[in-house]
Design a protein around this ligand. Structure first.
Ligand code: SF4
Ligand code: SF4
Length: 101
């Protein structure tokens, strides 16, 4: 089991999560972040800090979000690591509101 990022992160990328991860598991592209399942120790530290609830433990993942398991594995293997807080993407606050947070 591991912990993964799902679609709510898309075009938000608030990066609160990277500041609490003890294993530097987060990788990212220009839209969102992904968790490297090889490095993640399932500590749960990143779950409560995500302002748009994009992060799930796989064991609690709703069925419609299961495709994100493979996406996190594939993307994290191919993308650079994110370890420092960054500015949210333009429009992130509006998107957060649209998502109901
Ligand atoms: S805190 Fe949430 S929205 Fe922000 S980068 Fe991490 S997973 Fe994405
Ligand atoms: S569960 Fe822990 S180790 Fe895994 S990504 Fe989140 S903070 Fe990092």
């Amino acid at each position: 089991m591991t912990t993964i990022v799902t679609g709510n992160c898309d075009m938000c990328r608030f990066t609160d999560c990277v500041t609490v991860c003890p294993m530097a598991c987060f990788h990212g592209d220009e839209r969102m972040l992904y968790i490297n399942p090889v490095g993640c120790i399932d500590c749960g530290a990143c779950l409560p800090v995500c302002p748009v609830r994009a992060i799930y433990e796989v064991k609690n993942l709703p069925a419609d979000l299961r495709p994100w398991i493979a996406v996190n594995a594939e993307k994290s293997a191919a993308l650079p690591r994110f370890t420092d807080r960054a500015q949210p993407l333009p429009g992130a606050l509006e998107r957060k509101k649209q998502l109901g947070f």
